[in-house]
Design a protein. Structure first.
Length: 188
């Protein structure tokens, strides 16, 4: 359900572009992201920081795209989003000496400090990579090719998130599992 909700706006954007224009698709993306955010708020009672940032950027860049009738605004929105995420993680990790990922996920995942650092660096590199790739495709390819990249380019984030999940699963300290096993043994 969560993946379907995450993909909802981009799939509608893709369909609207295929049957209309980039401007129609931008309006559909704005409306779909607003509906998605309201649905997430209804389900969780709050919006994650990432969802708030995504919604704000889509509404701002979408409005600029429609107002100026200039598709470059919507095409460069992902670049700005990934760049800001990468900079936020970079500043948090290396200047503030706080691991933002640990702050967000530390209650659910118990990793050693070094593993949190590795995970943070991986996310920083991933964000900058995606910012550069989107900027390149937006700059040097047609709008139709960029839209196709947006839909098929979802392989990158999906693969990275799966890789992150595998990394986390492989590196969860065994104390957590063995402590649960021992507490069950003492009750028998």
């Amino acid at each position: 359900m969560k993946i379907a909700l995450d993909l909802f706006p981009i799939l509608l954007f893709f369909a609207a572009y295929k049957f209309g224009t980039i401007y129609l698709a931008t309006g559909v993306l704005m409306a779909a992201t607003l509906v998605q955010s309201l649905w997430m708020y209804k389900m969780d009672g709050k919006l994650a920081t990432m969802q708030k940032a995504t919604l704000a950027l889509i509404l701002i860049f979408g409005s600029l795209t429609l107002f100026f009738q200039d598709e470059r605004f919507i095409k460069f929105k992902p670049t700005l989003l990934y760049f800001c995420m990468g900079m936020g993680l970079l500043i948090s990790q290396f200047l503030l000496k706080k691991n933002f990922l640990k702050t967000m996920l530390g209650a659910q995942v118990n990793l050693p400090a070094a593993k949190w650092g590795t995970l943070s660096v991986a996310w920083i590199l991933y964000c900058f990579f995606m910012a550069i790739v989107n900027a390149y495709v937006a700059s040097y390819y047609t709008t139709e090719e960029w839209v196709n990249f947006k839909i098929w380019g979802y392989v990158f984030p999906l693969a990275f998130i799966v890789g992150t999940g595998i990394y986390i699963a492989k590196n969860i300290p065994p104390e957590t599992a063995s402590a649960n096993d021992q507490s069950g043994d003492s009750q028998q």
